[in-house]
Design a protein around this ligand. Structure first.
Ligand SMILES: C[S@@+](CC[C@H](N)C(=O)[O-])C[C@H]1O[C@@H](n2cnc3c(N)ncnc32)[C@H](O)[C@@H]1O
Length: 405
């Protein structure tokens, strides 16, 4: 999600200079920023998508559950990019992989390669997390799915991957082991063949950093390989600040434009990511379910809110340098209100679950554990017809607010 207040460049490190240099914490996928927002992300992800996912993984869809789909294509891009890792990989071949959680090696406990046995009824769930960062998605999801599980944590940033290797721990929701392997490389090269042996593709805070073509390719890879995808926390370009300020709308529009900027010859999707992904998966015949997953930041999250503000205003002023003077004053008064516990912010995102073509609406199966983050009586999810207008975006797509990655 471009919501990195801290990140508009990718990769760990310090933030690039902005129009408010000196006032604005630099963006980048710094471990500090990822850690700062992890609790808000965990609280925001939509639990309502987990029942249909669990049902599909349990094979109660249309017989297209794990292990039954073919994996056309031969791309081995990710495999070629794979780097035997240090902290997390035994480095002796494709499997068994290093256990980051239980220390038991292969998740199946049989010594078999989970990435070839994965998805079979007897094997572990093999979950490939794209743009894993330090592994927040694994920390959130592993306990919400039955195990055993084998996670392939994929990122291009070796520093983040090293943290992820030791940071994703089980057990799974039913107490079974979770094992981990890390893979460094460019996820946009993912093809259907790379998903052989994968049960589930996940991502969190990633889609808005991609282009429409890249999301299209990802949707094609998942659906052609008949693999479900849970893609969470895509910014939708809408934020609400309370109390309101006259400059909110201008900054929001500038921020959203920044999110959609062209960088390195790539036009980022920014707040269009959820709608573009929904349309792409639907074109491929997938059943797409979406749910809102807003951050709701109040007085108890002042540090995160302040960091988000710096990034949000900084990106907006980078996009619109003419706003810099006003933006500096705005930031000062917003930070003061934040420090006083007098500012509330809602940053809207969408979560998306894409079930492979042919999947029928599925009956929920019970969670392996009490899903303590699930609100009681969570509403059922509805398939989203395509093409999908982003219901969270206003018609002009520019007047709402978003968050910066
Ligand atoms: C906003 S961070 C999210 C990290 C993590 N998923 C989370 O929710 O905390 C986006 C991550 O995607 C990675 N990323 C972005 N584009 C990528 C690409 N083309 N290939 C591999 N990794 C990528 C970045 O390095 C970063 O770790």
């Amino acid at each position: 999600m471009g919501r990195d207040v801290t990140a508009h460049g990718g990769g760990a490190g310090t933030a690039p200079a902005t129009a408010l240099a000196g006032d604005v914490t630099a963006p980048s996928y710094s471990p500090r920023w990822l850690a700062l927002r992890e609790a808000a992300d965990a609280a925001a992800r939509a639990p309502g998508l987990l029942d249909p996912l669990r049902a599909w993984l349990a094979g109660s869809g249309t017989g297209t559950g794990p292990g039954t789909g073919t994996t056309p294509g031969t791309s081995a891009n990710l495999v070629r990019n794979a780097k035997p890792d240090t902290a997390a990989d035994a480095g002796t071949g494709p499997a068994p992989r290093t256990s980051a959680a239980s220390g038991t090696g292969a998740a199946s406990g049989t010594g078999a390669d989970p990435e070839t046995s994965g998805g079979s009824p007897a094997g572990p769930l093999v979950i490939r997390d794209l743009g894993c960062g330090t592994g927040a998605m694994g920390r959130w999801l592993a306990a919400r799915l039955p195990g055993p599980q084998h996670w392939i944590l994929h990122d291009r940033d070796p520093g983040l991957l090293a943290l992820a290797a030791s940071g994703v721990r089980g057990p799974a929701g039913d107490g079974t082991p979770v094992t981990v392997r890390i893979e460094q490389g460019d996820l946009t090269r993912l093809g259907p063949g790379d998903l052989s042996g994968t049960s589930l593709v996940t991502a969190s805070a990633l889609l808005d950093l991609l282009t429409a073509e890249e999301v299209d390719a990802l949707a094609g890879a998942c659906t052609q390989a008949r693999r479900p995808a849970l893609l969470t926390l895509s910014v939708v370009g809408r934020v609400e600040l309370d109390p309101a300020d006259l400059l909110d709308a201008d900054l929001a529009a500038a921020f959203n434009a920044h999110q959609r900027r062209v960088t390195g010859g790539r036009r980022l999707l920014g707040p269009d990511a959820s709608a573009v992904a929904t349309a792409a998966f639907t074109r491929q015949g997938a059943t797409v379910l979406t749910r809102p997953s807003p951050w709701r930041l109040g007085a108890d999250q002042r540090t995160l809110t302040a960091e988000w503000l710096r990034g949000w205003v900084g990106a907006a002023c980078e996009q619109r340098p003419d706003l810099a003077a006003e933006g500096r004053a705005y930031l000062a008064r917003r930070l003061e209100a934040c420090a006083d516990g007098a500012l509330r912010v809602v940053v809207w995102h969408d979560d998306l679950l894409a079930l492979p073509p042919g999947a029928e609406p599925v009956e929920p199966v019970p969670a392996p554990l009490a899903d303590h983050n699930d609100p009681p009586g969570a509403e059922p999810v509805e398939p989203v017809p395509a093409p999908l207008a982003d219901h969270n975006d206003p018609p002009d797509g520019e007047t709402a607010r978003g968050e910066r990655r």
